[in-house]
Design a protein. Structure first.
Length: 190
């Protein structure tokens, strides 16, 4: 087993606490502001990611669509590009797995929409292609990444970076970010 991994709950929570203490909170607050601006402007807020990050993308939209609207009465136009497995598999089979997100964006993205791309490594090719396309179309892009940040950290216009070489800890930070967004936007009326 890799020695970098925690083997007890105390060790894991200790590593997470250290990571959270070192997190750039200004970066997090600026990213929340980006989401708030898109929401107030009535823009689509589109999430995407692979593996555990795909579930984080879905979790964001679940929380934000329901809770922000119920708390404020202002529609939250969130959608995830991972929630239609048939469509994802069609693009993966007929074109390529690297194009599953960019092809969906071609059909629905409008200038000024917000694309939130989640990738622990920051190097998932299908995520990078989607962010590159969104930038080219005049969308706003926010990348959530871990490790060294990868290509996503360089390509996204806004970034929340968990500076840790551990996928689970990166995913923990990304999940916490989603909850910060929900609680902040639920408290503020546009």
């Amino acid at each position: 087993m890799n020695e970098a991994y925690a083997v007890t709950a105390k060790e894991y929570i200790g590593r997470l606490s250290t990571l959270l203490a070192a997190l750039d909170l200004d970066q997090v607050d600026k990213a929340v502001d980006v989401i708030a601006q898109a929401w107030r402007a009535g823009r689509q807020i589109i999430t995407l990611g692979n593996g555990g990050s795909s579930l984080t993308a879905l979790h964001f939209i679940n929380d934000w669509n329901k809770s922000i609207y119920m708390s404020t009465g202002v529609p939250f136009r969130g959608r995830s590009l991972v929630d239609n497995m048939g469509l994802v598999m069609s693009y993966g089979n007929d074109l390529s797995f690297q194009d599953i997100f960019v092809e969906q964006l071609k059909n629905l993205l409008q200038k000024g929409d917000l694309v939130i791309a989640i990738s622990g490594s920051g190097n998932s090719e299908n995520v990078i292609r989607a962010v590159r396309y969104a930038n080219e179309q005049g969308a706003v892009t926010l990348g959530l990444c871990g490790y060294r940040g990868g290509k996503l950290k360089q390509l996204a216009q806004h970034v929340v970076w968990a500076d840790v070489d551990d996928m689970q800890l990166s995913e923990d930070v990304h999940a916490i970010f989603g909850h910060v967004v929900m609680q902040r936007l639920c408290r503020k009326k546009p």
